[in-house]
Design a protein. Structure first.
Length: 458
């Protein structure tokens, strides 16, 4: 994942490569080529020519993935995160679950509603706008029903441990022969190849192994986990992008592909400029806390009633900050390089000044002076802020097992509307009967499958 780039002057350097690994139906595998380092503006004429030639047909009023069917065999966080994005964009996402308990996250505490028929906040947050089919893949007939579903699908997404799909007879080679246009996506902790392919992994493990935990926390303190499952979230978003790329490639070439995405690869990719500095030879790159690696002042400061953050990365920001706080001229702080060199002294000047006022006052005055600043909000304050409520980032819906609940909406705003808004997460097996009917199973056959435990209908 550290390919070599060639700069315009002929020099070479290593960089962090793409986490995506594709395999075409003919068996060839590749990671996208990062290309060369281009001079600024080197491609302007080519891009403008492409704009002149682009298709200018009006956009359809339907969601962009209308008509795309996704068979979702994922559980837990990263996979469902990916398929929720696809569902928000209009895809028909059919979530295939084990009939007895379904996705294990349905039972994550705390439960809402009754312990028997309720739902977890964890599951509700990741599965809106999907259909649930409860299907026993351990049975031959259950796998046969799944193959019927795949025969009409565009995308299959799975996050079993490497090798499980092959043992079920559902590996990429088998399904590509049956459905050549299928975009088959596999998500795992460490990828389908390599020495750790069989290692059990969760987000905490991946954060640690990718160096994220060592980079997080205050200087001199113990390393800490990032406050949200960032690897799972980023992995889900990368997987959704890979699906879209696979569909676009199929539209051009008429063939599907296999995507092998490792959450560890994703987190290595997220190291971004920190990794690039190391690859270019910088020594001792480690955690910086809230401080900037190259700029000062940049970080958090305690006011009289709480905390605020600011990022004075440019000279004009510093000028505004110095004026608001009444910092007298000082040769140590005249430019960005000197401010970083004397960061400890700079913080010693700023800290007592911030302690004399309230957070809201400082943020208001700094913002008016053109300094990027914000309060450090609690979760409740963040979700209740006009920035969230005014942009429709929280919506209400009626959940069949829980009742009226609120949920986070998609961050996408498409033509003034947030896709997926109003949709609930499905009850286990809620759509089994409908999907079986769509596949051509008549009423008696659907009843037989349910009676034999091959499926569950709710």
């Amino acid at each position: 994942m550290t390919p070599v780039l060639t700069a315009p002057d002929g020099t070479t350097r290593r960089t962090v490569g793409s986490p995506f690994r594709f395999r075409a139906p003919d068996g060839t595998t590749f990671r996208p080529d990062p290309g060369a380092v281009h001079d600024a503006g080197a491609d302007t004429a080519e891009v403008l020519a492409g704009l002149d030639a682009r298709d200018r047909r009006p956009a359809t009023p339907q969601p962009p993935l209308t008509g795309v069917r996704v068979v979702d065999l994922t559980r837990m966080f990263a996979g469902p995160c990916a398929t929720e994005v696809l569902a928000d964009l209009g895809a028909d996402v059919v979530k295939v679950e084990e009939p007895r308990i379904g996705d294990p996250t349905r039972r994550n505490l705390p439960m809402w509603g009754s312990d028997d028929d309720g739902e977890s906040a964890y599951f509700m947050s990741l599965n809106r706008a999907k259909r649930s089919v409860a299907l026993d893949l351990r049975s031959e007939e259950g796998r046969a029903v799944l193959l019927e579903l795949i025969d009409g699908a565009d995308v299959l997404v799975e996050n079993f441990r490497p090798g499980v799909m092959a043992r079920l007879g559902l590996d990429h080679e088998t399904l590509a022969a049956r459905r050549p246009g299928l975009v088959f996506c596999s998500l795992s902790g460490f990828g389908a190849t390599g020495p750790l392919r069989d290692k059990i992994s969760f987000d905490l493990v991946n954060q640690a192994m990718a160096g994220m935990i060592e980079l997080t926390g205050d200087v001199g303190e113990r390393p800490v986990r990032i406050g949200v499952p960032i690897g799972d979230m980023a992995g889900g978003l990368h997987l959704a992008v890979a699906v879209l790329a696979g569909l676009a490639g199929r539209a051009r070439a008429g063939k599907g592909c296999w995507v092998d995405l490792a959450l560890h690869d994703v987190l290595i990719g997220l190291l971004s400029d920190v990794a690039q500095r190391h690859l270019l030879g910088e020594e001792g790159t480690t955690r910086a806390g809230s401080r900037g690696r190259d700029t000062a002042p940049h970080g958090r400061y305690r006011a009289r009633d709480g905390w605020l953050v600011l990022s004075a990365v440019r000279d004009e920001h510093w000028a505004g900050l110095a004026e608001v706080l009444g910092v007298p001229p000082d040769d140590r702080f005249t430019d960005a390089r000197r401010r970083k060199e004397h960061e400890a002294a700079l913080d010693a000047v700023l800290a007592p000044r911030f302690a004399t006022g309230d957070v809201a006052q400082w943020v208001r005055d700094l913002t008016a002076a053109g300094v990027p600043a914000a309060p450090v909000r609690s979760l409740a304050d963040a979700l209740g802020s006009p920035l969230v409520t005014g942009r429709g980032l929280v919506y209400e819906f009626d959940h069949p097992a829980v009742g009226r609940v609120r949920n986070l909406a998609s961050p996408l705003l498409v033509d003034g509307r947030r896709p997926g808004t109003g949709a609930a997460s499905p009850v286990l097996g809620a759509d089994t009967d409908d999907v079986l009917a769509e596949l051509g199973h008549d009423g008696p056959d659907r009843a037989r499958l349910a009676a034999e435990g091959v499926v569950r209908c709710s």
